[in-house]
Ligand binder design. Sequence first.
Ligand code: ADP
Ligand code: GN1
Ligand code: MG
Length: 372
Amino acid sequence: MNNINEAIAAFPIETAQNGSLTESRPYGNGHINDTFLLRCETPEKSEKKFILQRMNHTIFKNPPQLMENVVHVTQYLRKSILSQGGDPNRETLNVLQTRDGADWFQDSSQNYWRLFPFIERSVCLEKAESEKDFYDSAVAFGNFQKQLADFPVEILHETIPNFHNTASRFADFQKAVAEGDQARIALAQAEIAFALERQKETSVLVNLLAEGALPLRVTHNDTKLNNILFDADTHKALCIIDLDTVMPGLSLYDFGDSIRFGANTGAEDETDLSKVGLDLSLFEAFTKGYLEGCAGRLTAKETELLPMGAKLMTYECGIRFLADFLTGDHYFKIHRDHHNLDRARTQFQLVADMEAKWQDMTAIVKKYTNPA
Ligand code: ADP
Ligand code: GN1
Ligand code: MG
């Protein structure tokens, strides 16, 4: 039982100013939290909207700590946006407190809820409508990296341990192959073989991090295109959302996750694999934008390894989808049978296409490292 009505009552949603609630409905395409759009009609007959979310506390084991991170990060971003003359009510999420002044609410069934103002006149894209959109998203994610460069990392909680530790994800995957559902394992033989063949690469980036050859930064860790809002009027990237996994991490994985999702010629769950591949023009647009957004902060090693970030993040997501399929779909929300297997297949198809286009990817990164 979700007890959404308890949550609605706990937050100052229906107030003299906001008027009364006219609609509450599931919203967005996130795989993890339950998101609801709430609409109120004000006494002046205008509309006030909110995003109410039930946090997934099976996945995020400590929602209060998670919310502490989100509050710290959004307050920090707020100051940075103000100092740059921006609008902090549109360019970052803002956590709204309960009537009791808390940043989150726990209902009688132990669900955790949070509330954000709906960012008006914004759009969320599942697919870039133009190269420019994707380039803009890259500048925004690079800029996010830059904005948080001096954030006091020691105050952040690790909301999901080893979130982008590809070697540890591989170990989880092996466990799923050993202990998963036999019928599902039989169905996914080709995908399992594909993943196992690439075991050696899973530790490349984590080893470089351990050796100190790559820096640990404050990263977003879930940089897909639908985690950024665009301004509906100007179509410029406006606000980075879904801050649940802002943690210390590798810039390469932020770069990689954006490529994985946004530079795919097909959807993440496309069943016609002939539609899935790496769009090199989008890869180029994102590389250019991300390097510009980071404004010289990436080291030479990080820049050189951007293609590896893209490939490993795609591979990692593939083994996560596949492990979830093999063990009964308990992590990612599914909307049809074999949904997670379909998702794993697209990721592996994309990895294979990246392998085929490796020289092009490397050349594109070089082009923007040493502009002529
Ligand atoms: P999940 O973790 O499940 O992906 P998100 O935080 O990304 O959840 O939210 C799901 C969707 O809800 C987003 O993709 C976006 O479309 C929409 N959304 C979230 N927060 C806001 C907001 N403050 N204003 C407008 N839309 C939002
Ligand atoms: C999940 O929450 P959402 O839908 O933005 C997942 C990401 C995956 C992504 C795959 C906390 O992101 O790690 O890359 O699905 N988030 C979490 O689409 O596991
Ligand atoms: Mg999301």
